[in-house]
Design a protein around this ligand. Structure first.
Ligand code: FEO
Length: 407
């Protein structure tokens, strides 16, 4: 592989992981990349360090530009394993390089490496490093994605190196946004941004919003955003910033997703009529069976939809476990600005709809009560109830959606 110049004397020296399909439980059908960047100046600076099993790749990229022993400074924007675990391999070649990171970054990295052998510099927002002709500023971004996270901003190039933020799990031969967007692949790139935000950054929407506002107040001008995953925003940095702000403000499509699982197909049969009811109101409706769909895809579809209906049969007076597993994961992502409802089948005592409604209530999500239940098998009359339920839910979704003017 070859390094790629992204700005004068600033190179992408990262690695492409074409094969990864399970990123700590997050399904990545399109693979990912571990981006890092080499700033060539009087004192060369490496920003981020990739995942440990890709150290050979990044070191080969660096060696095509300089002898790694010449690296004087290494910035660790984020200590999560995919961006920092190759650090010891890099440091073997430039043991005198100074390492720049936040206090939380230092505390975390100490759990991975013996830092006493290296020179570590703790930085805060506004601290700068002059590498020669370039002024490199640090901006703390706690919880985007971990407490240690920060951005690195190269002033002369108006380049924001943003670690996880604005990234996408997308392995590709293209390194820049316009290589997708200008070739009518915009949907793929935007879809990847939605997917990444939904599964990684959904809990931190309010932090993202305030951090972007802080950048604006600081007068940070951005010409390019270089994240640590996926493509670099060369032509459309404003577009991805706006998309992030919109998502933080509650952007979703005026549509419904039905997420369900089933034991003997009764709950599944309910989805047919409910989906038809939703559609009769003119809203798009997607139906996803949990055990047939990767969880991260389910989460993305949930996040894109203003309304979601969750369906489960009752098992031992509770909701069918795969559905509760999904709701547990969703609860951790702390969703907002969505409306949800429940439906399901039962044999005798029931309990699934009640349990799902309780979880939705606890999440603080708008709840469409009371839901609809069917005993044993949906009759023709039950199917009509399900149809009407879908129809009424669609109307509520349309009303609720009016609260979000940015859509
Ligand atoms: Fe790509 Fe939070 O690590």
């Amino acid at each position: 592989m070859k390094p790629i110049e992204i700005k004068p004397n600033i190179y992408w020296v990262g690695a492409i992981d074409w094969a990864i399909r399970d990123f700590h439980g997050y399904q990545t059908p399109r693979g990912t990349t571990y981006n890092n960047y080499l700033i060539l100046d009087a004192e060369p600076v490496l920003v981020d360090a990739v995942k440990n099993n890709f150290s050979e790749i990044t070191l080969k990229n660096i060696k095509q530009l300089i002898n790694p022993s010449e690296i004087k400074h290494i910035v660790i924007n984020h200590i999560e394993n995919d961006h920092a675990t190759a650090l010891d391999k890099v440091m073997e070649l430039c043991p005198k390089a100074k390492i720049y990171l936040t206090q939380k970054g230092k505390e975390g990295l100490e759990r991975f490496f013996d830092l006493s052998k290296w020179e570590v510099v703790v930085v805060k927002t506004g601290h700068t490093l002059i590498s020669g002709k370039k002024t490199i500023m640090f901006i703390e971004t706690p919880m985007m994605h971990w407490p240690d996270s920060m951005f690195t901003y190269v002033k002369e190039d108006r380049l924001l190196i943003s670690q996880d933020a604005f990234g996408q799990h997308l392995a590709s031969t293209q390194r820049f946004d316009d290589e997708f967007i200008d070739n009518n692949n915009e949907w793929l790139l935007e879809d990847a941004v939605w997917d990444y935000y939904a599964n990684i950054l959904m809990p931190f929407g309010f932090i993202i919003k305030s951090k972007i506002e802080e950048l604006i107040k600081m007068g940070i001008e951005i010409d390019m955003i270089a994240p640590d995953h996926g493509v670099i925003w060369r032509k459309y940095p404003d577009k991805v910033i706006k998309l992030y702000l919109d998502m933080a403000n509650g952007k979703a499509e005026e549509k419904v997703t039905i997420i369900y699982d089933t034991m003997w197909n009764s709950t599944e049969h309910m989805t047919y009529s409910i989906a038809q009811g939703v559609r009769s109101e003119g809203l798009n409706c997607k139906v996803l069976k949990l055990r047939a769909t990767p969880l991260s895809i389910v989460i993305t579809e949930f996040w894109k939809s203003r309304g979601t209906l969750v369906g489960a049969p009752t098992l031992n007076n509770l909701a069918f476990p795969p559905v509760m597993q999904f709701l547990d994961y969703l609860r951790g992502l702390r969703p907002k600005n969505r409306i949800m409802g429940a439906f399901g089948s039962y044999g005798w005592g029931g309990g699934a709809v009640k349990e799902i409604n309780e979880v939705i209530r606890k999440m603080g999500i708008e709840l469409f009560e009371p839901g609809v239940e069917v005993k044993y098998r949906p009759s023709i009359e039950d199917e009509e109830r399900c149809y009407q339920f879908g129809k009424e839910f669609a109307r509520r979704v349309r009303e609720y959606h009016k609260n979000f003017t940015s859509d």
